[in-house]
Design a binder for this molecule. Sequence first.
Ligand code: NAP
Length: 506
Amino acid sequence: MIEGPAVADTAALPDRVAVLIVGAGFGGLGCAVKLAASGEQDFLCIDRGAEVGGTWRDNTYPGATCDVPSQLYSFSFALNPDWSRSFSPQPEIQDYLRTVARDSGVLDRFRFGVEFLAARWDEACALWRIETSAGPVAANLLVSAAGALSEPKLPDLAGLDDFDGAVFHSARWDHRQPLASKRVAVIGTGASAIQLVPAIAGQVASLDVYQRTAPWVLPRHDRRYRRLERLAMRRVPGLQRLLRALTYLGREATVPMFIALPRLGSLVSRSALANINRAIADPVLRAKARPHFALGCKRVLISSDWYPALARDNVELVTEPISHLTGDAVVTADGTARPADVLIVATGFQATEQPIADLITGPAGRTLAQVWAERGVQGYKGSTVHGFPNLFLIVGPNTGLGHSSMVLQIESQVAYLVDAWHRMCRHGLAAVEADAAAEQAWNADLQRRMRRTVWSTGGCRSWYLDASGRNVALWPRTTYAFRRLTSRFDLDAYRQTPVAGASADG
Ligand code: NAP
């Protein structure tokens, strides 16, 4: 693995490219590598951050680790035999992404520190006119790989601005703030909080964890790979692919628990309850930590040190709702004020809103956000949207997973858009736009499948659901089904605009 950031060219932006990619995380990088491998070299990837990595660059909180097994958390075309553990820590994933970027030879077409400001479809020229903090650029295709979990969501708490101590979000960790011997408050008990709380509990004076909903947390079964195992993965042909395939199948086998047979979850929940009982002796704390919704309704978390952390003498799990903040304390609804020097907000992301949608304006002069506000957040195959020609979304609506690796979905979407571009070139097409009927049929089928899932029936309110309760985040089938459905760009589901002077049959 290489040390330090994979730094790219700082040259000015070109006036025009075939494909403009926004975001240099797994999605944007995968897209760049696959476009280049397919023979299309005319692309540009911009990112407001300083290097590749996306969410794995931004989430540097103590204890940040992937909760998907390492063997599944890499591109299929760039397996990593060097993972040190069965669940990879954030710095290793970030190093992995730097290495892929460097080795694939695409970094000269990445521009960092460049913010995407707006994009407007130019109907006459069939181009996206894009404004960035480094100037304008035009593109035939616009790919949003900005990530569904990139914009932190701050809680709307009275007095938050009056708090005198340090306040930061888990995804914007302030490493300059010393935590040793400080009184720390953490708001939230989701995927990020259950990792960072055990990582800091041992160094702080006191730690108050404010819980709104107790999560389901299964034991993690993480372990360090032995040197011999790593050597075997590197040297024995096919071994790592076999391990990956077995892990993949194991994950796919859990899909019925989420989509059709939520009762299977009650078997799994025994393991989660045992996880509580093993670590916590106090019956009052046990009761507070016990979830009250069906397992799987929210993301199933994994940790073997969350409950031991809650059982520590210097940690208090507070379940009374927060009323407000004062200059030096968090006050709960029962009037108790708990003093704090540092407030860590682990309250998740603007996941269903996708803030980039405000910046993209289609031919009708309306933004993607405006269209979604009327129609609901939806797309065709999670990748394109009716009314927005030549726009491709990576991790678009209903592509998220509750059971496996998002890298699998990202690779399916990348294959779909790369195929789209080459078909457009072959058929002499200037623009393709998802058909309204195809999009409606796709979403009707998705929402019909959603009805029986644990995400809809499990008795919880999760970030998967929009304000109307519609699940706009998750894919309610196997990743294999998604791969099959996106394996080839289905031109017949698109309105096609030929290049001026060309015939649509090319
Ligand atoms: P999250 O799962 O959305 O959790 C947010 C937490 O904050 C929840 O406990 C939520 O309570 C609480 N909360 C939100 N607003 C609040 C308020 N106003 N007052 C009190 N509590 C409030 O966010 P996250 O933990 O950052 O994780 C988000 C997603 O990122 C995960 O679902 C996962 O997909 C991804 N992630 C992945 C990994 C990984 O290892 N691969 C690690 C971290 C995150 P409620 O439950 O009551 O809403």
